[in-house]
Write a protein that binds this ligand. Structure first.
Ligand code: ADP
Ligand code: MG
Length: 690
């Protein structure tokens, strides 16, 4: 039964799913009766006609229930003058009128709830609705019996108002829930429907999902990009906000990648389709989102378990109350009391409190370009005490400027470039860009490529074994660094640049120095983290010199320089041993081991590659401010969950107390139930204003 999701709201179904016929003999799973109601009333996924029919039913039921309620207040008064025969006759007529008015309400609103209890797919779908239906119908039949036999136990107003309140409560609960979690729908809406394909010079409109790799599609200003591909003609500002969280449209021209679902704001484009629809970024996002949604946080497991015990416990309490009051005051009081107990103890508020807030939190993060890969991770994020940063590409800009190059000849640089093409390290990508600009690009064949994490890389380029890396790697191979290159190395170090040596098995062939820049937003991000009272540290493979600069510019105390990947892991382990929850922020490429060792690995700048990352949290952009942002969000979600659970619990305990002692009418109990759900929903939606 796991991994089923509600047909209406799309939220994974916790516990038993409800099965409803949605017309045409199609049966779908719903998480609650409310979702089924919404489905019928809004016609969002069903037919409009059904919607109107249902609203009509509910409106009519409500109207009748109000009449029943008003006339019943007359009955209360009527008991005052028991001896007046005329009044008695009139009262009798009123009783029959109430009976006649109440009956259609029971049919219109009671039957659907009752049906919910006996579904054709699992015969007895025992749930809180069953209890509500049993309660309401017993009150109704007791009243009918009283009217026919002239007894005074008449509870039509209770029976009908309960149904109205419960139905309304479910409706309210679900419609807010659907609104709160419509992010998935927004994503789905992004998926393009139509594409205009260029065939023999003619534009032909086809279904977007049917375009083939290699097709040329035409996109006009203001239109959605219909497929993942590469621009082959034209340029335009593209709004990629839904995929990257970046509000400003980005200028893209020939040769640039574009993504299905993003919007071409101002240009005419021809795009060559590069991937089949299954592999489009937007579709991969949707798949990922579904997976994330099916995840469960420990806190949800706790509330689920509690809810599961709720039903049998409350059932016994209710039965106990019935027995007690039956002996004390008879059937009538027993029925009313046990009904109040059932109504007040409906664990709706309790069971939606945690998943709703978590789910809104995950969606809000997604919207910001922060992909948290599960509810459990969001929960864990809230207790992070230490944040470690990698340096290159994390604290400093991912793209580094090549400052100086000294090499034996151009051939060496070209070979170095060919080798770096196989590495994803920020240094490598920056160098490759530099070479392309300087026409030093080379497609030499590379064999036997190897990465020495924390040191550099190695490979056979055109039959020559070439290494690229730091001083440690040079020493590892056992080479002397020539004087002139050593001089450049010293210079680089003194200006906080990164020196990278090029060498083979026999000699050092050259050096490249890279200028690095601390990200502009780094001071703001660090300040925000400090406000959250977190321990902040930087773990870097770079020289202590740059560490000093970081300490000075960012005020980060805990900086460890000259670390190998395994040293970074040791630092993390040390921190964990002290009982702290550690988050590690890195680029997710060369620091993957550290990211996975930390309690939470946060990978930056994943772009649209979020799905393949090994990290627990992927940031689409390179913006460091997202780190304090996600921690803040997690804390807020946690706070809201705790207030939800606290109030839902308190309300239940107090309510049950009143109900058991016979001090709470069923109508008030139903009203309280609606209000408590409304409170939990309203509270959870506050996650949105973080
Ligand atoms: P950090 O991210 O803290 O700077 P890394 O472990 O990523 O540390 O890298 C450490 C050092 O290893 C780099 O400063 C660089 O000298 C060397 N290095 C790693 N990968 C490469 C590469 N692909 N090309 C050249 N040098 C590299
Ligand atoms: Mg790194």
């Amino acid at each position: 039964m796991a991994n089923k999701e509600c047909y209406q709201c799309g939220i994974p179904i916790t516990g038993k799913s409800l099965k409803f016929d949605i017309g045409n003999g199609k049966v779908e799973d719903f998480c609650c009766f409310g979702c089924y109601l919404i489905n019928k009333t809004t016609g969002l996924r069903g037919e409009e006609g059904n919607a109107v029919a249902f609203l009509g039913k509910f409106g009519f039921g409500y109207f009748l229930a109000m009449l029943v309620f008003m006339l019943s207040t007359y009955l209360y008064g009527a008991h005052m003058t028991p001896d007046d025969p005329q009044a008695k006759a009139f009262t009798n007529i009123i009783k029959y009128i109430i009976l006649i008015l109440a009956t259609p309400v029971m049919i219109l609103l009671g039957i659907p709830i009752l049906k919910n209890s006996f579904s054709r797919h699992n015969w007895l779908n025992f749930n809180t609705d069953t209890l509500i239906a049993i309660g309401a119908f017993s009150a109704y039949f007791l009243s009918v019996y009283s009217v026919l036999t002239g007894k005074s136990a008449i509870y039509f107003e209770t029976a009908t108002m309960i149904l109205v309140l419960v139905t309304f409560g479910r409706y309210l609960e679900t419609s807010s829930r659907v609104k709160a979690s419509n992010f998935m729908k927004e994503l789905l809406k992004l998926v393009p429907q139509k594409a205009r394909v260029l065939i023999d010079g003619k534009e032909i409109e086809v279904l977007a999902e049917t375009v083939n790799v290699g097709d040329i599609v035409v996109v006009k200003p203001g239109e959605k990009i219909p497929a993942d591909g590469v621009i082959i003609e034209g340029k335009a500002h593209i709004d990629e906000s839904m995929l990257t969280g970046e509000i400003k449209p980005v200028l893209k021209k020939e040769g640039n990648q574009v993504y299905a679902g993003t919007i071409n704001t101002d240009g005419s484009l021809k795009i060559e389709v590069a991937k089949p629809s299954k592999e489009w970024t937007v579709n991969r996002f949707i798949e990922l989102m579904k997976e994330i949604r099916n995840s469960k946080a420990p806190i949800t497991r706790i509330t689920d378990t509690v809810s599961a015990y709720f039903l049998p416990v409350m059932l016994s309490l209710s039965a106990g109350a019935f027995a007690y009051w039956y002996v004390e005051e008879g059937f009538e009081k027993a029925l009313i009391t046990s009904m109040s107990v059932l109504l007040i103890s409906c664990p709706c508020a309790f069971s939606i409190g945690a998943p709703l807030a978590l789910w809104i939190g995950l969606s809000e993060a997604f919207r910001e370009g922060i992909i948290i890969k599960g509810a459990d991770i969001l929960e864990k994020l809230s207790s992070v005490k230490t944040v470690f940063f990698d340096k290159t590409g994390t604290i400093t800009e991912r793209f580094l400027q090549v400052h100086k190059i000294k090499a034996k000849d151009e051939e060496v640089i070209k070979k170095a470039c060919a080798l770096e093409k196989h590495s994803e390290h920020p240094l490598a990508v920056s160098f490759e860009n530099y070479c392309r600009m300087k026409n030093l690009d080379c497609d030499c064949k590379v064999e036997d490529f190897k990465v020495y994490f924390g040191y550099g890389i190695e490979g056979v380029v055109d039959c020559e074994r070439i290494y690229l890396g730091n001083k440690k790697l040079v020493e590892k191979i056992g080479l002397e660094i020539p004087k002139e290159i050593e001089k450049l190395e010293k210079e680089a170090e003194n200006s906080a640049e990164i020196p990278v040596f090029i060498f083979n098995d026999n000699e050092v062939l050259g050096i490249i120095t890279f200028a690095q820049k601390i990200k502009d937003e780094a001071p703001i991000a660090i300040k925000a983290l400090r406000k959250l009272k977190l321990k902040i540290g930087v773990l870097t493979g770079d020289t202590p010199y740059f560490a000093k600069i970081l300490r000075k510019k960012l005020g980060i105390e805990h900086i460890k320089a000259g670390l190998l990947p395994e040293d970074k892991i040791k630092e993390i382990e040390k921190e964990k041993k002290e009982g702290k929850v550690v988050a590690m922020v890195g680029d997710g490429i060369n620091d993957a081991p550290a990211l996975s060792k930390a309690d939470i690995g946060i990978a930056m700048g994943c772009g649209t590659d979020i799905t393949k990352e090994s990290a627990d949290v992927s940031l689409v952009s390179d913006d460091l401010r997202k780190v304090p942002l996600v921690l803040l969000l997690a804390k807020k979600v946690k706070r809201i969950i705790y207030t939800n659970i606290f109030w839902a619990f308190i309300y239940n305990i107090i309510g049950i107390g009143f109900a058991l002692t016979g001090n709470l009418s069923p109508i008030l109990a139903a009203l309280a139930m609606v209000l408590s759900s409304a409170f939990v929903i309203g509270n959870s939606i506050r996650v949105k204003n973080w």
